[in-house]
Write a protein that binds this ligand. Structure first.
Ligand code: GDP
Ligand code: MN
Length: 376
């Protein structure tokens, strides 16, 4: 789950990381009031869950409350990378001397968290990473020992941070590590961490991603989820406990098991098709879950054929077949459907589907080829 900038910075502040004063607003008038409270000079920041807002014109500095109102109005009318702006953060504007990149994320290859920093932070960090990788400093953190103070100082030295700021930087690093650890984050990023003209450090931007698998133990964070920002199908899928990710292809895939889902997608590609989604209905799915999954797949207008690949183990094939029939009754799908059922109660499942005008297949390869053909 991605958190908005204002949410991430609120968490940072709890861990002692300095952030500018500010509040979030949903209307231009509200933004004006906040700007008045903050003394007029503010920055108006679109709150959408994508990067590169600055370059898209979604971050603007205002010199007065009146100007803040006008800019908020403009930004609230924007769409950034397809996402409508529903809220703006109104922050006290900072006088920036220098922008640093500073983050912690998981390094899967190293099986450890890694702290990443660069003296060349700001909006061009991707460019820096691509053209001057030596400017990106990485220090791994031992998950059992935690971040050591010398590691923070090593980073400060490597990014040529003036010594006056080392003590404060170490505190920010420790705070970021604690925030990352205690929220079960997969990313905690400050870009930019700035040195201000009056020689203080401040986190001007914040981005956090929380591991969805850990949300059950963070009810407070779970409440921060912004449903408006999610694809409706993904919200619906979560409600039924389905793992669903929409993709760009035209073959809807309904599979039980993440590994089997990946394999099915690969085989579809092997035969020249493109999957429209990843969908794992999970083990032991009953007919209601199957019906929900089918409705989600069919709500995608790109879908030109559906491939069911069900390996009956704990999940019973007849239950899946019943779910398919329930959903077909409700949605009356017009696209061809290819089904491959093997394993527990496969025979019963096939019998149930006999009258449903579905294309049947014996093997996954056969099913994938038939689905690709049917989608043409
Ligand atoms: P992003 O483009 O989505 O990463 O949004 P950021 O919050 O990082 O803002 C983009 C850029 O706007 C920063 O790199 C800064 O250069 C600038 N910016 C953000 N806040 C302020 C501020 O308070 N004062 C000034 N002068 N510039 C700011
Ligand atoms: Mn940024």
């Amino acid at each position: 789950m991605k958190l908005h900038e204002y949410q991430s910075k609120t968490i940072f502040a709890k861990y002692g990381i300095p952030i500018p004063k500010g509040r979030v607003a949903a209307t231009a008038v509200e933004a004006k009031h906040i700007a008045e409270e903050l003394g007029g000079r503010v920055v108006i920041k679109s709150q959408v869950l994508v990067g590169g807002r600055g370059k898209a014109g979604g971050i603007k500095v205002a010199k007065s409350a009146a100007e803040a109102e006008g800019l908020a109005q403009q930004i609230l009318a924007m769409e950034i990378k397809g996402l409508p702006v529903r809220k703006v953060l109104v922050d006290e504007a900072a006088a920036i001397e220098h922008e640093i990149y500073f983050a912690i994320t998981n390094d899967r290859a190293a099986k450890k968290p890694v702290m990443i920093a660069s003296a060349e932070g700001g909006m061009d960090i991707e460019e820096v990473a691509a053209t001057k990788p030596e400017k990106i400093i990485k220090v791994h953190i031992d998950p059992l020992l935690g971040l050591r103070d010398y590691q923070a100082r090593d980073i400060a030295a490597s990014i040529d941070l003036p010594r006056d700021h080392w003590r404060e930087f170490s505190k920010i690093a420790a705070g970021l590590w604690q925030a990352y650890l205690e929220t079960d984050a997969t990313l905690a990023e400050i870009n930019p961490l700035v040195i201000t003209k009056d020689k203080r450090l401040a986190a001007l931007d914040g981005k956090m991603m929380i591991d969805d698998n850990a949300l059950f133990r963070h009810s407070d964070l779970n409440e921060m989820r912004d449903i408006d920002e999610e694809a409706p199908a993904e919200t619906e899928a979560r409600k039924f406990g389905l793992s669903y990710i929409k993709l760009d292809g035209n073959i809807g895939c309904m599979v039980n098991g993440a590994g089997l889902a990946m394999t099915s997608m690969d085989i579809v590609k092997l035969f020249g098709g493109e999957p429209a989604n990843f969908l794992d209905i999970g083990g032991g799915a009953g007919s209601d879950k199957v019906a929900a999954a089918m409705k989600i797949i069919l709500s995608d207008s790109n879908v030109k054929a559906v491939l069911f690949n069900i390996f009956g183990g704990i999940t019973r094939c007849d239950e899946v077949a019943r779910g398919i029939l329930v959903a077909m009754d409700e949605v009356k799908p017009k696209v061809p459907m290819v089904v491959r059922l093997v394993g527990t109660n496969a025979e019963e499942g096939r019998k149930l589907l006999e009258n449903a005008k579905m294309i049947t297949a014996e093997t996954l390869a056969d099913a994938a080829q038939k689905a690709v053909q049917a989608a043409k």
